[in-house]
Write a protein that binds this ligand. Structure first.
Ligand code: FE2
Length: 313
């Protein structure tokens, strides 16, 4: 799940810079070889960074709450295969969930945390190092970038899902295990799931318990980070302490691929079996171009609807 950084952010005054000399430590050749192909563990230098103390996170949460779509949270026991919207009832506020995070079974997400100037600088530094290690010209190839913060209760599970972003998840406090699957394994992640995901359903990936042994599992502890390729299915289980993690990610300009999946979604709806992307250059081009107008129209209609709803409220 994702949302891009808002331009409505209130100005925040930066105090002292605590920029580390280097954010990521990894074998450069292996980093480049595996990036966006398979998950891998690496090290980072932010586990004692002052931007991520509970006081600073609480202040960031308070500043984020008034901004639409910048905070998501739920609380209660969750299963690996539950959907985002299947949230257990909660009879307390997010403030209370944060204050009593040790016992509320909560999962709190702050999107666009890079509104904080220090977190912004760390995101810039981290992605500059990614660019340097991979040689990918991010400024040309990326659509958006952001930092997300996850604060989770002990033993809380993060449900199985896939993301549009290419990301690095850095563990700051506590320990948790992440299970990551191969995004190219079509038994784990089917064409139908990908078509639904890129068309309309963030929850389209379906957990298949009998394939759990195909996951690569990593123990994340402070100072460790994991790379998650685009669309690589994953789920997480927290250890017996509160967990704080930050995600540094970027989204590629991949509208064409998204449009191919969207076209395939409708082709399949009509009872035909669409050719997956990458198998016919001509068909991919036709699908990519053919979906541009309907997608643009749908976006405009969505924006118009949002505008009218904002006016009403
Ligand atoms: Fe994720």
């Amino acid at each position: 799940m994702s949302t891009t950084t808002s331009t409505m952010a209130p100005p925040i005054v930066k105090e002292v810079s605590h920029a580390p000399e280097r954010l990521y430590t990894a074998d450069r050749a292996k980093f480049a070889e595996n990036f966006n192909k398979r998950p891998f563990l690496l090290e980072h230098s932010l586990s004692n960074h002052p931007a991520f103390t509970m006081d600073r996170l609480h202040s960031l949460l308070e500043r984020s709450l008034p901004i639409p779509n910048k905070v998501y949270w739920n609380a209660g026991k969750k299963r690996i295969d539950q959907r985002w919207k299947d949230r257990p009832g909660r009879d307390f506020s997010i403030e209370e969930a944060f204050r009593r995070i040790r016992e509320t079974d909560a999962w709190i997400i702050i999107f666009g945390a890079d509104r904080d100037p220090e977190i912004h600088d760390l995101l810039e530094q981290g992605l500059a190092e990614v660019q340097e290690m991979t040689g990918i010209p991010l400024s040309r190839e990326e659509k958006s970038r952001q930092s997300i913060i996850f604060i989770t209760s002990p033993h809380r599970i993060t449900e199985y899902h896939i993301d549009k972003e290419c990301s690095l998840l850095l563990q700051i406090h506590g320990k948790k295990t992440i299970h990551v699957f191969d995004q190219t394994d079509r038994e784990v992640l089917t064409e139908e799931e990908l078509e639904s995901f890129w068309s309309f359903d963030n929850n389209a990936a379906t957990y298949k318990a009998h394939l759990q042994n195909r996951a690569t599992s990593f123990l994340l502890e402070p100072g460790k980070a994991v790379h998650i390729p685009i669309n690589a299915p994953h789920w997480l289980e927290n250890g017996d302490d509160i967990s704080v993690s930050i995600n540094q990610n970027f989204e590629y300009k991949n509208d064409r691929l998204a449009n191919i999946y969207r076209a395939n979604y409708y082709i399949r709806k009509m009872g035909m079996k669409p050719l997956p992307p990458g198998q016919s250059r001509l068909r991919d081009r036709m699908k990519g171009q053919g979906m541009r107008l309907p997608v643009a129209l749908a976006r405009e209609l969505r924006e118009l609807k949002d505008k009218m709803e904002r006016r009403k409220s």
